[in-house]
Structures are given as structure tokens and as C-alpha cells.
Design a protein. Structure first.
Length: 168
């Protein structure tokens, strides 16, 4: 699979949906940049506390990196929980500014699966964090380019959901 025109991929999920597992593999397969908010957070903060101040700093840094990469004509997966439409619109505009396409990857899993995965992996997350994020999630509109990815399917099947978009 080859990408002709740069793409900015963003993710819509609540924790435990399988986005980072997918994004890491997909970026490697396509030879594109994978920017993960948890990784950037750990670069910026020795002991992350997930405060609003930290959150702001992480996303300012992520945005700075995405703009730089897009300006160089590189495709990027912006791996974070983009649950608010306003932020996703901002990334759509950013992609357009640099002549890139935009696609939201909307990962879906049953809530009990997400809670189980998350609480095993990150002790500071609990089921209430996942439930709160799910409730706050704003689904994409019809005008927002997006693909639904089943977070329980094997990787090869997940990639099939993106093939149509990638060949356009």
C-alpha cells in the first residue's frame, strides 16, 4: 500500500479501543509518522498526572509536530482521543492548509472490553474515566471524513476498512 498524497489520520475513541495498537502497526506498514499523545506526555513530564495544564502542553506540542510534518509533505497518524468535534475540525483545516487529506478513524468496541483493557494497562484509568469519555464523545457528522474500525477485529480486517479511502 502506498499513499500518494499526504494524509492526516486522527482517532476517535475512548481508552481501551485498540487505537494505539492499530496506529503503531499501520504507521509502520505504510512508512508514515505515528504521533502518540501518551508517548509525547511521557517525554514532556517525568511523572504524568493528566492535569489540564499537562493536557494543554501535550496537545500544543503534538499540534506543533503535526504541522511541521504536514508542511514537509509527510503523512501522520495523530493518536489521541479526539472526542470533540471542534478539535477534529481544527485538524481537518490543518490538513487542508498543507494540501493533505484528512481521515478520522473511529474505533469501536463494547464498553466492557474497553474498561477491561484499560484498567489492566493503566492503573490511573478506571471504568469511570472510560464511561465519562464515552458520554462526552461527539460522533462524526456526515460531512466529516471517517471510517469505522472494529477494535476487536484482527489487524488485517481493520486495515480493509481503510482500503477504499487509501486508493482514492
Amino acid at each position: 500500500m502506498r499513499i500518494k498524497k499526504p494524509i492526516l489520520f486522527t482517532t476517535l475513541v475512548f481508552p481501551g479501543s485498540g487505537k494505539t495498537y492499530f496506529a503503531r502497526r499501520f504507521a509502520k506498514q505504510l512508512g508514515i509518522v505515528h504521533l502518540n499523545s501518551d508517548k509525547v506526555r511521557s517525554e514532556l513530564f517525568k511523572k504524568p498526572k493528566y492535569t489540564p495544564r499537562e493536557h494543554k502542553a501535550v496537545f500544543e506540542e503534538m499540534d506543533r509536530r503535526v504541522e511541521k510534518l504536514l508542511s514537509q509533505g509527510k503523512s501522520v497518524i495523530y493518536d489521541a482521543n479526539h472526542i470533540k468535534r471542534a478539535f477534529r475540525k481544527k485538524y481537518q483545516a490543518m490538513a487542508k492548509k498543507y494540501g493533505a487529506r484528512y481521515l478520522l478513524m473511529w474505533f469501536q468496541v463494547p464498553i466492557n472490553v474497553a474498561i477491561g483493557r484499560t484498567t489492566r494497562r493503566k492503573p490511573f484509568f478506571n471504568k469511570w474515566v472510560v464511561l465519562r469519555m464515552r458520554k462526552a464523545t461527539e460522533p462524526p457528522t456526515k460531512s466529516e471524513p471517517h471510517v469505522i474500525i472494529d477494535g476487536e477485529k484482527p489487524y488485517k480486517e481493520q486495515v480493509k476498512a481503510l482500503k477504499k479511502f487509501l486508493v482514492e
